[in-house]
Ligand binder design. Structure first.
Ligand code: ITT
Length: 190
């Protein structure tokens, strides 16, 4: 069965591809020739995930799932949240986003945060949502070179390394996206 993962983010594709079951032939936006920017105009992660998945189903006719993820920092009242990608401006610059977050947190000792992922599946007339969360804390400085986005400043509870210092397979096992995708996979198999 062909299914599209509606993302422009190659790191997400790298994370999700190994989690797919054998019967699914996973296609990227590049594979289906979708190069337009899909508008993410919603005010919640749920809305944005649905917008992306529905856009592909309606425009290209493929069953599709999409992920929208946010980092929610307690001491900043849930910032950057749904605005995680463009926190420091329209350039979607991961380093600038992390610098802004670290600056706004300053020396605050209350550094708890969580990643939340919503995966929306659109196929036929059906739309379903799957959720994944990981709790952790924001480090004082960036550490590590793997992963993407805010990974260098996010340390999951129970570990003394950031997501950018931990192996991808471990991030996939304990992390927000891995958990949401696992629920999607269980649903597709059932
Ligand atoms: P698509 O919408 O094309 O999927 P995106 O990069 O815009 O890609 P999101 O809107 O879901 O993805 O993510 C918002 C931002 O949150 C993203 O730009 C990253 O900076 C960050 N982010 C998402 N998932 C992350 C992860 O697993 N680890 C670290 N940061 C992440």
């Amino acid at each position: 069965m062909k299914m599209v993962f509606a993302t422009h983010n190659p790191h997400k594709l790298k994370e999700v591809t190994p989690l797919m079951p054998k019967g699914i032939n996973l296609l990227s936006l590049t594979d289906i020739g979708c190069f337009e920017e899909i508008p993410e105009t919603g005010t919640t992660l749920e809305e944005n995930a649905c917008l992306k998945a529905l856009h592909v189903l309606e425009t290209y006719g493929y069953p599709c799932f999409a992920d929208d993820t946010g980092l929610l920092v307690d001491a900043l009242n849930g910032e950057p949240g749904v605005y995680s990608a463009r926190y420091a401006g329209p350039g979607k610059d991961a380093d600038a986003n992390m610098d802004k977050l670290l600056l706004r947190l300053g020396q605050n000792t209350q550094r708890t945060a969580r990643f939340q992922t919503v995966v929306a599946l659109s196929q036929n007339r059906e739309q379903r949502l799957f959720f994944g969360t990981i709790e952790g804390s924001i480090t004082q400085e960036k550490r590590g070179a793997s992963g993407f986005g805010y990974d260098p400043i996010f340390m999951p509870f129970g570990f003394n390394r950031t997501f950018a210092e931990l192996p991808l397979a471990l991030k996939n096992k304990i992390g927000h996206r891995g958990k949401a995708i696992q629920k999607l996979v269980d649903y597709l198999k059932s």
